[in-house]
Design a protein around this ligand. Structure first.
Ligand SMILES: Cc1cc2nc3c(=O)[nH]c(=O)nc-3n(C[C@H](O)[C@H](O)[C@H](O)COP(=O)(O)OP(=O)(O)OC[C@H]3O[C@@H](n4cnc5c(N)ncnc54)[C@H](O)[C@@H]3O)c2cc1C
Length: 440
């Protein structure tokens, strides 16, 4: 059997159940598809892929290719629509089976269904590699996923067989040969922009595993995670694992297993527990996205809560450009634009501002994050935005952060606002309405 393995958000050889299954073949074609659609403007005034994540993704692909080459394999990088390139490759290389990871997101689901329809003679298999647990190990059927995170967490923690270490897949050390090495058209992919600020996020499996090792065993920053995680701008205050987790260079189960190892061999405290707790948030939103499908992107959310319908283009533009009346928000938005990363606290603050002070449709904010974030993850992004907007998993009906209080508490000396130049000379007030200000 010849298999095509479609790498998506699983850019790794460790703990990869899908690649392991695909490796049981006579010949294996490893494919990554860069979709030109990602770089075009979408309906929400943003692109699906911005320059920071594109750079990180490219680095991740190069690292993956190096690892595959060490096993005599190669990565075929196609700059094309999956609906065209996959059928072409299947026909050209006598492929009998297409394998990939199971992905949340409606586009991803639609693509998979369309390929199955287009290739009725080909076997299609998906495996769960993004989550801590496979669906079969969840303590409830997916359609009964609790409406709040707390209920989900309690049920997971009550279940005795949630040892993620036992679910880990061994790192692959051998792969079958490729059915020839067709030329790819990677050269047509968009150019990579150099960042304005030197960034510490370098894509690839080794870099992700190194960051995990550093945060836990080398520097022991995990020991104080619960106290430091709300800092606005400090590399060591949180794990910074999200970009590697988001594109699957790092497995969530690997992170959970290393936390458990740390607790057994070094120390166990509230902070070590809290890092696991945050991984459970990610897990919750993963299943939430799969459960709710297209409702993840509805303005009225999974709660079907009516929202006001006006849209102020000038306010959205000011928010994106860090030019609102709120210096703290501006600083965070500047940091996001220039680096592709902001802390969880900063994400909550700017999201709350967009929804509450600027009275904008949360989906525009989510789409801007999708373009800008180096760690964009469809489930965590849209799940968190719904939560802040009060149309998702929050039993309290949304979050409205007091921006002055947040500034006093998290930036008492104004260091963050200074560093990211949050004081705007001519901020755009909420009252200004000018059609010429429409963002794009
Ligand atoms: C409006 C909004 C949008 C967000 N969009 C994304 C996104 O697109 N991609 C993304 O990975 N995270 C997103 N988050 C969650 C969170 O802000 C980031 O995961 C976190 O800041 C990443 O930094 P870290 O790796 O140092 O996190 P740590 O604090 O070290 O946490 C460890 C890991 O736990 C997970 N995690 C932590 N907090 C959350 C959370 N609230 N929800 C889900 N998972 C969490 C992440 O995988 C993270 O890497 C969003 C949060 C908000 C409020």
């Amino acid at each position: 059997m010849h298999t095509l393995y479609w790498f998506t958000r699983d850019l790794r050889l460790h703990d990869n159940a899908a690649l392991l299954a695909a490796s049981r073949s006579d010949a294996l074609l490893c494919l990554y598809v860069v979709d030109p659609q990602w770089f075009r403007m979408g309906a929400m005034q943003s692109k699906a892929m911005g320059s920071h994540r594109w750079r990180f993704l490219w680095q991740s692909l190069m690292a993956l290719e190096r690892n595959l080459r060490a096993m005599g394999q190669r990565l075929h990088i196609a700059f094309d629509n999956p609906a065209s390139v996959i059928p072409e490759l299947v026909k050209a290389h006598g492929i009998g089976r297409v394998v990939r990871s199971r992905l949340p997101g409606t586009v991803e689901g639609d693509q998979w269904r369309a390929l199955k329809d287009a290739l009725p003679e080909t076997a299609f298999q998906q495996f769960e590699t993004l989550s801590l647990f496979p669906e079969s190990a969840l303590p409830m059927p997916l359609n009964e996923l609790p409406v709040t995170f707390s209920q989900f967490r309690k049920q997971i923690e009550k279940k005795s067989d949630t040892n993620t270490d036992l679910l880990r897949i061994r790192t692959l050390t051998a792969l079958p040969p490729a059915p020839g090495f067709p030329d790819d058209n990677r050269g047509e992919c968009p150019a990579i922009d150099e960042p304005v600020h030197p960034l510490r996020f370098i894509g690839g499996e080794e870099a992700g595993l190194d960051q995990l090792q550093d945060y836990l065993f080398t520097n022991h920053h995990i020991d104080r995670y619960k106290e430091t995680r709300n800092a606005l701008d400090d590399w060591d205050s949180s794990s910074k694992l999200s970009p590697w987790l988001a594109n699957g260079s790092l497995s969530a189960r690997e992170v959970a297993a290393r936390i458990a190892e740390y607790e057994h061999t070094v120390t166990r405290n509230d902070s070590t527990y809290w890092l696991w707790f945050e991984l459970l948030w990610r897990e919750y939103f993963h299943w939430y996205a799969l459960k709710h499908g297209a409702n993840l992107f509805r303005r009225d959310g999974v709660q079907r809560k009516r929202q006001q319908a006006t849209f102020y283009g000038h306010r959205f533009k000011a928010w994106c450009e860090g030019n609102t009346e709120y210096p703290l928000v501006n600083a965070a938005m500047n940091q996001l634009r220039e680096t592709g990363y902001i802390s969880n606290r900063a994400r909550q603050i700017v999201a709350s501002c967009l929804v509450n002070e600027l009275e904008l449709d949360w989906r525009y904010g989510a789409a801007w994050f999708e373009q800008q974030l180096i760690d964009y993850d469809v489930a965590s992004n849209y799940g968190n935005w719904q939560y802040v907007a009060g149309v998702g998993a929050d039993p309290r009906g949304g979050r409205h952060f007091n921006l002055e209080k947040q500034a006093r508490q998290f930036d008492p000396c104004g260091t963050f606002v200074d560093r990211w130049e949050g004081e705007s000379d001519q901020p755009v007030g909420n009252h200004t309405v000018d059609a010429a200000d429409w963002p794009l």
